[in-house]
Design a binder for this molecule. Structure first.
Ligand code: SAM
Length: 255
């Protein structure tokens, strides 16, 4: 039962259901118009379907950015048909996007990179003069991890990434640059944070409460939890640094 509820809470699935749910009223309206001699063209039908789906999406409270997607999806399908795109192209595009976004529908954490100013600010927070174990949870294309491995050669630096395509790219980057950084493929939920001196996260607001609970349960005294852009949900003891003018904050919590 809880599994079903959490699946239906997934925004991508809700958007799919909304689009499917708009089909029936759209078809009924088109049939009624046809009866009165006002048959719709395919373009009009696609516009009607998109407008109905976007209205339902708005009514059920989907995030705003889903609304243009719902509106334009039937038109995109129509354009694909009109352009006579080969079916394998759609399948290939689907596979690449699947490999890139993977579990984003569940984690609600898509890929977007942090930047060198953030990496330098994190470096400045690290204890000096001893080897550390550092990890980027959700390492994307590996920029943070590769930089840390270069700047702290005495330390063990890892990244863990759920999505196969970014993970593969980060592995290739490490191999081609001769970096000692290690990239794991998997879910950071399965790691034991007690093994790390620094846990770096650039995730999303949706991920922060569970991350903080895990950090509290597992991280050792003296270790650091660092989150770029997304606040660590605790009242006391969080240091916030602005790494670029007008840019997001970097949140640092010593455990
Ligand atoms: C915003 S990107 C950050 C990339 C990288 N850390 C950086 O600073 O450039 C977040 C990444 O976390 C990955 N991710 C989300 N949830 C994850 C999880 N539970 N375990 C591992 N990776 C995850 C996503 O696939 C995405 O590539």
């Amino acid at each position: 039962m809880p599994r079903t509820r959490s699946l239906l809470d997934t925004p991508a699935l809700q958007a799919l259901l909304v689009q499917a749910g708009a089909l029936l009223p759209c078809a009924a309206l088109a049939a009624a118009l046809d009866t009165f001699g006002h048959g719709l063209t395919l373009l009009q039908a696609a516009l009607l379907q998109g407008a109905l789906a976007a209205s339902i999406g708005w009514k059920v409270g989907l995030a705003r950015w889903w609304l243009p997607i719902l509106l334009l999806f039937p038109l995109a399908l129509l354009a694909g048909l009109a352009l006579h795109l080969p079916p394998w192209l759609a399948a290939a595009a689907f596979l690449v996007l699947l490999g890139w976004y993977w579990s984003t529908y569940r984690t609600q954490v898509p890929y977007y990179p942090s930047n060198p100013a953030v990496w330098r600010a994190v470096l400045a927070e690290l204890p000096q003069g001893r080897a550390l174990r550092l990890i980027d949870i959700g390492s994307g294309l590996g920029g943070f991890t590769l930089h840390m491995a270069m700047a702290r050669p005495e330390s063990a630096v890892e990244g863990i990434e759920l999505a196969p395509v970014p993970w593969l790219v980060s592995r290739l980057r490490a191999a081609l640059s001769g970096s000692r950084a290690r990239f794991l493929r998997g879910d950071y939920e399965r790691l034991n944070f007690a093994e790390y001196d620094l846990v770096f996260a650039y995730l999303s607001p949706a991920a922060m409460p569970a991350l903080w609970h895990k950090a509290q349960r597992e991280m050792r005294r003296g270790s650091l939890l660092v989150s770029y852009e997304f606040e660590i949900p605790v009242v006391n003891g969080v240091k916030a640094i602005r790494t670029t003018e007008g840019g997001p904050l970097l949140y640092i919590r010593a455990i």
